[in-house]
Design a binder for this molecule. Structure first.
Ligand code: MN
Length: 251
């Protein structure tokens, strides 16, 4: 096969993947992940069904709030391990083949018991981190606007009251887990989950999440989780969260 033929096949594959992403992008809560999955499937599924989505920015893009070394290890090692663990679990349960991770997490009761714990932990780890990378961006002090800002005021009283409650949730996680802003039907809710549990498993849609596992902050902040949470407010991509809020309005 000539080099040109290979290039054309690659180009065709890219076109197919982009088209699939365009069709499913509005409906998927994890569009880049869905595109990555489509690419893996189109490529014959080599390496497993789920693939580690690339970071949508450079590893040092969130400095100084989140340092480059933490990002490298967190994405390249921790998230990668969740992807590998999820692929191993799915390989052991053929009935799960081809199902998106959100669907697995929404219906853990439908996952065979032999792999349910692994899907909960590694599937949750994959989905949580895939969302986390997307909702981070240096915001230079900008906060939420539009419909999301109005909903935060409606459900928490004010943006600063929301921050207070979210911070309390993040600091209140004992051990490893996440703090969340979730959509619960028409309302917003602040909650936390232990380990890698996903709000999807409780019927909620995660809009904003903060990883408070020590692996997310220990290199830079050591035991000072409160400083990490404060810094997090400077790297929330509120445009992304607002889009997600709008896109899930009819969910
Ligand atoms: Mn993590």
């Amino acid at each position: 096969m000539s080099a040109i033929a290979i290039m054309n096949r690659r180009q065709a594959l890219q076109t197919t993947v982009l088209a699939a992403g365009a069709l499913t992008g509005a409906a998927s809560l994890y569009a880049p992940q869905a595109q990555a999955q489509a690419a893996a499937t189109a490529a014959g599924g080599a390496g497993g069904t789920f693939v580690l989505p690339p970071l949508p920015y450079a590893v040092d893009a969130l400095e100084p709030a989140i340092d480059a070394r933490t990002m490298e290890i967190h994405h390249g090692k921790h998230h990668a391990a969740y992807v590998a663990g999820l692929n191993k679990a799915v390989a052991e349960a053929p009935s799960l083949a081809g199902k998106p991770v959100e669907e697995l997490l929404r219906r853990l009761d439908a996952v065979p018991e032999a792999v349910r714990g692994a899907v909960r932990n590694h599937g949750g780890g994959h989905a949580n981190h895939a969302l986390f990378w997307q909702l981070l961006r240096r915001n230079n002090g900008a906060g939420p606007t539009g419909e999301l800002a109005a909903a935060l005021t409606r459900d928490f009283g004010s943006f600063s009251a929301f921050q207070e409650q979210f911070t309390k949730a993040a600091l209140g996680v004992f051990g490893s887990g996440w703090a969340w802003l979730t959509r619960d039907g028409a309302r917003l809710r602040i909650e936390s989950t232990p380990n890698q549990d996903s709000p999807l498993s409780h019927g909620r849609i995660p809009l904003l999440g903060l990883d408070v596992w020590e692996h997310a902050y220990y290199l830079k902040y050591q035991n000072r989780r409160a400083d990490y949470v404060t810094a997090f407010y400077g790297v929330i991509n509120w445009d992304f969260v607002a889009d997600r809020y709008r896109q899930t309005a009819t969910a």
